[in-house]
Design a protein around this ligand. Structure first.
Ligand SMILES: NC(=O)c1ccc[n+]([C@@H]2O[C@H](COP(=O)([O-])OP(=O)(O)OC[C@H]3O[C@@H](n4cnc5c(N)ncnc54)[C@H](OP(=O)(O)O)[C@@H]3O)[C@@H](O)[C@H]2O)c1
Length: 332
């Protein structure tokens, strides 16, 4: 533990009545979460969940105070029982990180060694955090759609919330794998960003979140949805016969009001995606694939902004307001 300095900087969110104080504090190793491994964090990134973890009624943080940050990449200082060498580069995300265990918005993190994912060859720590939990979820979504039978050439694939973390990586992965990608966005000025990642068509968010008939014109061979609410029912009623949607998020809301017609008349499938509780061996395998065959196009363009710990409050507000484009990286 000697290589951890006596004090280091961490961003802390602490409830104070109906508000949450968010500030950079000087902490010591004793303030960190439990675990047998210590990582010197080099990069983290912002996810929607981090915004919720710092809201008074976000219902995400299960400890108080909390160092948020559901993603981190860095260098091992104490390998614990991992079998990895001191100085090896690792990724940590999922499980309790940033919600019930102190997370990545800190110069040092202590975690159970069974949470460590060795950084795959071909990915830098910064690129891994450009992907982060959001991009990992996009990779899981593409994997699930292909397992269901989606292949390039079966028709356009719709990505909703396309400028966000999950959406932008999904656009890049699908484009690189040869799919025709339609990107749904509420940001008309993001067309250039999305086309750079490989989208061939831009669809307005109004179109993908409005009311409609129980079944409409068959349009999409598949879809990656992180919005939920009125967007998921739109997708279900416009999927082609036998198509599928991978649903991972609730940026638009948690409700789901749909009819059974898409399921019983068009055999469409609703595939649930979870990145949090996935067993570590599978998590390590998916990261290997992200470095190789699920690598998104334009990987270095996904991290659109780099910030320091002290800039987190405004960046977290932006992600909660849906104003995010690409991934915001936190440089430690
Ligand atoms: N299941 C899992 O394991 C898992 C893992 C990671 C994330 N998630 C969930 O996935 C969702 C997205 O996460 P993220 O990190 O990608 O967030 P993000 O970076 O903020 O992206 C979300 C995007 O959704 C769109 N959006 C925002 N507000 C909206 C609204 N009111 N209605 C419709 N669209 C809206 C925006 O894109 P446009 O402006 O381009 O439309 C925004 O950029 C969140 O709900 C998150 O909790 C789930």
């Amino acid at each position: 533990m000697s290589s951890v300095p006596a004090s280091f900087s961490a961003f802390v969110a602490q409830k104070d009545g109906d508000t949450v104080t968010r500030e950079v504090r000087q902490l010591s190793v004793d303030d960190l979460g439990d675990g047998d491994a210590i990582v010197k964090v080099t990069w983290s990134g912002i996810n929607y969940k981090d915004g919720l973890a710092t809201m008074p009624k976000g219902k995400v943080a299960r400890i108080d105070p909390i160092i948020p940050g559901v993603d981190l990449a860095g260098v091992i200082v104490e390998p614990g029982a991992s079998g990895l060498a001191e100085g090896s580069e690792v990724i940590v995300h999922g499980y309790d990180l940033g919600v019930a265990h102190h997370g990545g918005f800190s110069e040092y993190a202590r975690v159970p060694s069974e949470w460590l994912v060795p950084l795959p060859q071909g990915l830098s720590a910064k690129q891994a955090m450009s992907i982060g939990t959001a991009g990992f979820t996009a990779a899981l979504s593409v994997h699930a759609l292909e397992k269901h039978g989606l292949t390039p050439g079966t028709g356009p694939v719709l990505v909703t919330g396309a400028t966000g973390g999950v959406g932008s990586v999904a656009v890049g992965i699908l484009a690189e794998r040869g799919y025709e990608v339609a990107a749904s966005t509420g940001k008309p000025d993001a067309e250039g960003f999305l086309k750079e990642l490989g989208a061939t068509e831009i669809v307005s968010r109004d179109e993908t979140s409005g009311p409609g008939k129980p079944l409409e014109r068959e349009r999409w061979a598949g879809a990656v949805d992180c919005v939920g609410a009125s967007t998921l029912p739109y997708i279900l009623r416009t999927l082609k016969y036998g198509g599928a949607v991978a649903a991972s998020g609730n940026t638009g809301g948690i409700g789901l009001e749909a009819t059974v017609f898409p399921f019983i008349l068009r055999a469409v499938a609703l595939l649930g995606i979870d990145s949090v509780a996935m067993p570590i061996e599978q998590r390590r395998d998916v990261w290997q694939r992200i470095a190789t065959d699920l690598r998104p196009r334009g990987i270095d363009g996904i991290g659109t902004r780099e910030i320091s710990l002290s800039e987190l409050p405004s960046a977290l507000d932006a992600v909660l307001a849906g104003a995010n484009t690409g991934r915001t990286l936190v440089r430690l």
